[in-house]
Design a protein around this ligand. Structure first.
Ligand SMILES: [Zn+2]
Length: 272
């Protein structure tokens, strides 16, 4: 599933579309997670992609009269084609620009979204209004985590993956950041002190930033019409390394179930 770093890399890769004018929209299959806004072509044609923004894992193309919201769901990816090419069976939406370029959504599992939000305040849309802070922004820090968790007894891993608190900390990044901060994933959030939260917030930012940086170097593959969307190849300390030795202390990496997700951790480096 595309995580925050893939979405941010997608946004950066689409920046050449800023100030480009939409010529038409072709919706081949409107049955995504929610139906593609009906009449999208007449709503969007003639407008420009003025600014490309990201909120959590939503891409927002701000236009003159509203905002196009795109979510990649479980399996979606956006391809930026220099000219029209024959569509495959999973190519559900094409946005054709006056320049001849085509922004194409390919989404085999169809959990993505393409929605038009009228007006100039898309952040009030129900999908966006209750989202937590952005992890890479300055208002996400150790003091914020400490302040918001004083009465939360849920495991810290579950808490940092709660999008009402902070967005975009997916399973990979939660596991890695907790390892790097030396925090056992089951520790009740309210038991963790300010200093450890400062370390944790810094490690969440660092793991996400490293993934975005890795994505930048593979941007061409990410956008090529035939490239694999995949995950950015990265070195993990714990994620997916069950049974292998910890890179710091040599202890065997363990795994546990938390909610519906697997958590990877080092029983020695990470303390409650
Ligand atoms: Zn270790």
């Amino acid at each position: 599933m595309p995580e925050l770093p893939e979405v941010e890399t997608t946004r950066r890769g689409l920046l050449p579309l800023e100030n480009q004018q939409v010529a038409s929209v072709l919706v081949r299959n409107a049955s995504l997670r929610w139906p593609v806004t009906s009449g999208l072509s007449s709503l969007l044609s003639g407008q420009h992609f003025l600014r490309l923004e990201r909120r959590a894992k939503y891409l927002l193309a701000r236009c003159e009269r509203g905002t196009l919201l795109v979510h990649l769901g479980m399996s979606g990816r956006l391809c930026l084609l220099q000219q029209a090419e024959p569509a495959g069976k999973h190519d559900h939406v094409d946005i054709n620009f006056a320049s001849g370029q085509v922004l194409r959504l390919r989404d085999p599992r169809r959990f993505g979204a393409v929605l038009w939000i009228e007006g100039d305040d898309p952040l009030q849309h129900p999908l966006l209004a209750s989202l937590g802070v952005e992890p890479l922004e300055a208002d996400f820090d150790g003091a914020y985590l400490y302040r918001t968790t004083r009465s939360r007894s849920a495991p810290i891993k579950t808490v940092i993956m709660d999008a009402h608190l902070v967005v975009g900390v997916g399973n990979i990044y939660a596991s890695e950041a907790l390892f790097r901060a030396g925090i056992y994933p089951e520790t009740p959030a309210k038991r963790i002190g300010l200093a450890r939260y400062q370390k944790l917030a810094a490690e969440i930012k660092a793991t996400l930033a490293a993934a975005i940086e890795a994505g930048g170097s593979s941007l061409r593959d990410f956008f090529g019409a035939d490239g694999n969307p995949g995950y950015f190849q990265q070195e993990y300390f714990v994620y997916g390394r069950t049974g292998q030795p910890c890179k710091v202390c040599g202890t065997v990496i363990s795994t546990m179930r938390q909610g519906q997700r697997s958590t990877f951790y080092c029983p020695r480096c990470q303390k409650a």
